[in-house]
Design a protein around this ligand. Structure first.
Ligand SMILES: [Zn+2]
Length: 408
């Protein structure tokens, strides 16, 4: 790793007022010392001190102001996005991916490593390999730490408490990664929550104060941003939308409850419904698309059939979209967000789901809440968890919820 700046400035504390200033510049909400003073409520003197500190440490660059404007010409300040870098890591069942990202959480390069077995510990080992590979691919500016997106419920120590779909229990993630990164801070979150932070930081939710990110995949989970921050529940199980009841006497869910949303509206639920409907529809496009082997059915087949005008695929997507719409209407009534982002593999493969969701929301949610809320597809698509994991770490450093490592 290069050390371009004086060692003390490599570890400049980015939280507090410095974090506010960096955030205003990153968002383009302020560009001069006067604007920074206005937005933060700090004195011009305090702002000048912070700006000088951040400039010396390489975070800011300046351009002459417009002398033709009113008042004193103010130098324009800009964030230098590559002053420091962060790692974003996504851990999945079969592989782990890592990116080196800049201060906008924009990925600069990436690496992937396959897992050597089905367990969570093997997945973490793959993440360490991917991280080491992407770090070795070229010297860069100093690294601030890593954010990690994982499946399942994460505890306060950054371990996966449980990921029932994968059979993972008590898998330490933050601790082994921190050790592999020489003690740099590591922040871990569930994939949907990381993706929510990513969309908020640099995707569809940029500048939005209250937003929801709905991830539809093997399960259905929710990232909740309130006041620009990721909402965290008392025992960190917030956002388990897939286990809210939508049919009191519906199918049994592995969680023990009946009629959970994800038994009716997830990737596996959609595929099961399509198979069931296709069995009594011999003319369905799904038969030729799967080589008459419905057991090989994937989301790609369903999306193709939908675009070919297949009634089975259309009915299934309508049904699943309706359940997602009911759940979304309830969320909109409850939280009155400005934005709902539809993400995850199912929504990515089938953007057509957006229509039944919007229709159901218009039918069921309160008019004032519906009028205030846009429902949009993810802007970061498959990159949302990776960008989000990098943003998670950056957001934590700027707001002080993640502590910077202090040099030995
Ligand atoms: Zn359940």
């Amino acid at each position: 790793m290069l050390t371009k700046y004086p060692p003390s400035l490599n570890h400049i504390d980015l939280a507090g007022s410095r974090g506010r200033v960096l955030e205003l510049l990153r968002m383009g909400q302020a560009g001069t010392r006067a604007e920074l003073a206005n937005f933060t409520g700090l004195s011009r003197g305090a702002i000048s001190f912070i700006v000088s500190d951040l400039t010396q440490a390489g975070f800011l660059r300046m351009e002459p102001g417009d002398a033709a404007g009113r008042g004193r010409p103010g130098e324009r300040l800009y964030l230098n996005p590559q002053a420091r870098l962060v790692l974003g890591i996504e851990i999945g069942e079969a592989r782990a991916s890592a990116v080196i990202a800049d201060l906008h959480a924009h990925p600069l390069r990436s690496a992937t490593a396959a897992t050597s077995g089905p367990g969570g510990r093997q997945a973490v080992e793959a993440a360490i390999r991917a991280a080491q590979q992407v770090m070795a691919e070229g010297a860069g500016q100093p690294l601030l730490g890593a954010g990690v997106a994982v499946p399942g419920v994460v505890d306060a120590d950054g371990a996966v408490l449980m990921a029932p779909d994968l059979g993972w229990h008590d898998v330490p993630v933050a601790a082994p990664l921190r050790a592999a990164l020489g003690g740099l801070p590591v922040e871990v979150a569930n994939r949907a929550k990381a993706a929510a932070v990513g969309e908020h930081w640099s995707g569809a939710g940029r500048g939005v104060e209250r937003m929801l990110y709905l991830s539809v995949g093997t399960g259905v989970s929710l990232g909740i941003i309130i006041g620009g921050n990721l909402y965290r529940g008392a025992s960190l199980t917030e956002g388990e939308l897939g286990h809210t009841t939508v049919e009191p006497d519906g199918p049994l869910c592995p969680c023990g409850n009946r009629g959970c949303l994800q038994t009716l509206a997830s990737g596996p639920a959609l595929l099961a419904l399509v198979r069931q409907l296709a069995r009594s529809a011999p003319d369905s496009r799904l038969w030729p698309l799967t080589g008459r082997r419905l057991e090989t059915l994937t989301l790609v087949h369903v999306a193709q059939a939908l675009r070919d005008g297949d009634p089975v695929a259309a009915t299934a997507v309508q049904t699943v979209g309706r359940y997602l719409g009911v759940a979304t209407a309830n969320l909109i009534n409850l939280l009155n967000p400005e934005l709902v982002v539809l993400g995850g593999p199912v929504c990515r493969e089938m953007p057509e789901l957006g229509e039944p969701v919007r229709l159901e929301v218009r039918k069921r949610a309160l008019g004032l809440a519906v009028d205030a809320c846009r429902i949009v597809p993810s802007a970061l698509a498959g990159n949302a968890p990776l960008v989000g994991s990098a943003a998670l770490l950056l957001h934590g450093l700027l707001t002080g919820t993640v502590k910077q490592s202090v040099p030995a």
